[in-house]
Write a protein that binds this ligand. Structure first.
Ligand code: GUN
Ligand code: FE
Length: 440
């Protein structure tokens, strides 16, 4: 069999730096070698330790660059790609005025295919190799997305939006059609290649009690699929939900009563949670997708990351771009705004913590830490080659920091990469050891 070898500096995480020291959770190899066989990592260590073992093999060498695990985006809407930067509204008006009319276009499978293809190219260009993706209410939009992701051999999770209430008729399904369509899509796509399915009720406002129950029924029938939805993003939304579901103790309780709060459930935003809701998410081992660019763009609020990552009630958190309420496909830019959201609450988010959220943290949120998220042997070789000197300004700043050879210096370099970097810093993206994107 053919081996693929990559030599460069490498950075990944072997533990959660929110709970363990950065000393023990960060793994940095100034000169490392990654060995891939049939898409899987079979060896990873210092170049000097491995070089004799792999004498004679061709090595792809990236000097002066940095290899990271591929970024993991835990919340994004592929059909909203063309509506980024829609002006002037907050969540509920933004949905009615901009989002629903755009999603209507995805009743055309051909159109969905075109946007899915653009979207996946954009993810790879930004170094994102796995994402948890909303499609639309139209099952053909899910087929189109999965077909394009399958052709690219990507590890992607997606699902058909379920929505039968408080939306235009052209975008509504019914509990029965949403059940039948979701079931057919699960049987077609879940575990096909690297693809996985997520049951996707849009949020509590757009699903009836009956439909939420149906979503719960699907989860019991297919216990290894995911559940993705939105939770407590906007104060008017929270108030609306309280009026619609007076029997529920809080917003999360609406989902809980339908059996939707479990280990494979990922709740986007979760900004205005009560301590009880944080506690319940922790108990249930559910995850939160933190979407800072979206939360600032829509004026939704400041996510309490440090409450989610508390020692007493720890919750898995990943980063989400939330395109098209989010403003950048780049998880570097998303981490940049995550840092600022922490600053506004007098908290700090360290460069390594931010990078963890974009990599192993995302993998843990998606319960995929046995497959992706770092360079452990046996994992899938999805990784990115970064140029931390990708602009003249970054080069100037890094010269001032001096050569990034020590752990302390690499932290400063990572921070400048997060604050100043974007798609220009992504030199190449590899999927299962194969180059899928190259800047040149
Ligand atoms: N809540 C319900 N639907 C959406 C959506 O499409 N985007 C965001 N940001 N929040 C939502
Ligand atoms: Fe969203």
């Amino acid at each position: 069999t053919q081996l693929k070898l990559f030599r460069s500096s490498f950075l990944d995480f072997i533990d959660d730096p929110f709970y363990e020291s950065e000393e023990t959770s960060v793994r940095y190899l100034a000169d490392g070698l990654l060995v891939v066989e049939s898409g899987i990592i079979i060896d990873f260590d210092d170049y000097n330790i491995l070089k004799d073992k792999y004498q004679g093999f061709t090595i792809t060498h990236y000097p002066d660059l940095l290899i990271l695990p591929g970024f993991i985006d835990t919340h994004i809407h592929f059909p909203q790609t063309e509506m980024i930067a829609s002006y002037g509204e907050q969540l509920l008006e933004w949905l009615n005025q901009y989002t629903f009319p755009i999603e209507r276009k995805f009743s055309s499978k051909e159109y969905a295919q075109k946007i899915a293809s653009f979207f996946l190219d954009e993810l790879l260009k930004n170094g994102t190799t796995t994402a948890l993706v909303f499609a639309t209410v139209f099952p053909q939009s899910v087929d189109a997305f999965f077909e394009e992701a399958y052709r690219r051999n990507l590890r992607m999770i997606s699902g058909k939006v379920m929505m039968d209430s408080h939306a235009p008729d052209y975008l509504k399904d019914t509990p029965e059609t949403s059940y039948q369509d979701s079931k057919r899509l699960i049987q077609t796509w879940h575990k096909k290649g690297r693809l996985l399915y997520a049951i996707t009720p849009r949020f509590a406002i757009t699903s009836s009690r009956e439909q939420l129950k149906i979503a719960g029924k699907l989860l019991t029938e297919f216990p290894d699929v995911y559940l993705q939805t939105h939770l407590s993003e906007n104060l008017k939304e929270v108030e609306f939900v309280a009026g619609l579901f007076p029997e529920a103790p809080n917003y999360l309780g609406v989902y809980d009563q339908a059996g939707l709060v479990g280990e494979r459930s990922i709740f986007a935003h979760s900004i205005h949670l009560t301590p009880d809701e944080f506690k319940r998410l922790s108990e249930a081992k559910s995850a939160i997708a933190f979407c800072p660019t979206s939360n600032l763009f829509l004026g939704s609020g400041l996510f309490k990351l440090h409450q989610a990552k508390s020692k007493t009630h720890p919750i898995n958190v990943g980063l989400g771009s939330d395109i098209g309420a989010g403003t950048s496909f780049s998880l570097l830019q998303t981490a940049n705004e995550a840092y600022k959201v922490a600053q506004l609450q007098n908290q700090t988010l360290s460069p390594f913590q931010a990078l963890f959220l974009a990599t192993l943290g995302g993998a843990k949120a998606l319960k995929l830490e046995d497959k992706i998220g770092n360079f452990d042997i046996g994992k899938e070789a999805d990784f990115i080659v970064l140029d931390y000197n990708s602009t003249p300004l970054m080069r100037l700043i890094n010269q001032q920091i001096s050569e990034p050879q020590t752990r302390l210096k690499i932290a400063e370099t990572i921070f400048s990469l997060i604050i100043l970097g974007d798609d220009r810093a992504i030199q190449a993206t590899y999927i299962m050891g194969e180059r899928a994107y190259s800047k040149e």
